[in-house]
Design a protein around this ligand. Sequence first.
Ligand SMILES: Nc1ncnc2c1ncn2[C@@H]1O[C@H](COP(=O)(O)OP(=O)(O)OP(=O)(O)O)[C@@H](O)[C@H]1O
Length: 469
Amino acid sequence: MSAASKQKNCNNDDDNNNNNNNNNNNNVDVKSQKKTTQNMTTLTRFKGNLSARSSCSNGQMLTAGVCVCVCVCVCVCVSSSAGRPKRLLVYINPFGGKQQGRRVYEQKVSPLFARAGIATHVIVTEYANHARDHLRTQAELDDFDGVVCVGGDGMFSEVVHGLVWRTQSDAGVDHHSPEAELQPCRLRIGIIPAGSTDCICFATVGTNDPVTSALHIIVGDSQPMDVCSVHHNNTFLRYSISLLGYGFYGDVLTDSERKRWMGPARYDFSGTVSYLPARGIMGNPRDRTKCRAGVCVCAECDGEWRTVRGKFLAINAASMSCACPRSPKGLSPAAHLADGTTDLILVRKCSRLDFLRHLLRHTSKDDQFDLAFVDVHRVRRFRFTPRYCQSDSELELDLRENGKRLFSQICRDHPACGCAPAYSSWNCDGEILTHTAIEVGVHCQLIRLFARGIEEPAVFEDFTNPCAI
Ligand SMILES: Nc1ncnc2c1ncn2[C@@H]1O[C@H](COP(=O)(O)OP(=O)(O)OP(=O)(O)O)[C@@H](O)[C@H]1O
């Protein structure tokens, strides 16, 4: 990527919607005013919604000013132009969240796709990584305009892994090289939320509602997103879209899988963090500016590496705010979806009370980074090398043989110190990585979602009177 900043328009691909259709559908199931209001929010943002207005006035009216406008949204989209998908490959995880994926798709989404004239090829997954493997090897991607996953963040991660891998394979890019410039994926990804947390959907759409997500797909919205590649010693490990966590966050996952997450904490992990600060970007991790739909500026690639050594309780890299309904601020409230950076949060060794203060600030108005033992940097790349006490560790032998850069910085200060080695694991979007020494690079706008990011509410939006919109 060139050193110059790229300015990209992240808005909807289509500027004009031809709204000629007055078709009214009375069969749409609208369960609550809240849901309908969300759908209306989507509707109001569609450009050229004049005929949506007139359709709405003829549409089915419910009590309290609630209007069934989902059908209208679909009609708005039917007169398709470039950017709107015509054929979609759909993967449904029947076991995500409350195991409602199939029902959600069949009852709420499939009828909308049909009405919008979108053909679908639906695969209900039969095992973990089914969707990923299918995308990697079998899927005839040329036949489709987009891929839809019905499930949670884990399912989305599967689809990203399959699609990014396949795109690189087709383009002859060596994804094992940490320096490789990855090819952006042609197909957009739609998320129909049917998982437990649905953090990615929430961060890119602003709500976890299957109908709203389906409408974004139908109108062909486009929201670019960064993807982090994680390597160990020139070997690809995983892609990360939301959060990479070592120390506290890594161990919460590891220990919860071992069902001992309430057990004794032993957080004090020595190591070296090197990072390449992001330049040429708008904002910083502490400016309280939320990521909003619109123009995205990609960070520049050059600059000087910086190194931090010490003892950490937690090392987190947040590529997005990681806000979700249960944590509305998220881990890094000002992180951006598509600027080519990740927010590297370093929590140094501190007392348990101080660490608790830091954690509690995630749910209050106070700045969680405004503490002496917390540093946050917006970075393009970073590396982490744990400092092992044991000289005969498997990793050290491996590193000696390969002798690469920072990975050779193993602690040999205390070969027989007898201290309990403090290891943690990296939690990569909910999956535990098999290595602790990692190198991470952010790939700016590698994928695109059928979404448009979170928009500021329009000043004159009046949800109580949808027909006036
Ligand atoms: N048919 C299947 N059987 C078992 N596991 C599956 C199947 N299909 C997908 N999976 C796996 O299930 C995991 C969890 O799925 P998903 O993300 O959809 O739901 P969730 O974990 O409840 O939601 P969230 O990730 O938002 O918390 C994913 O990692 C995915 O790889």
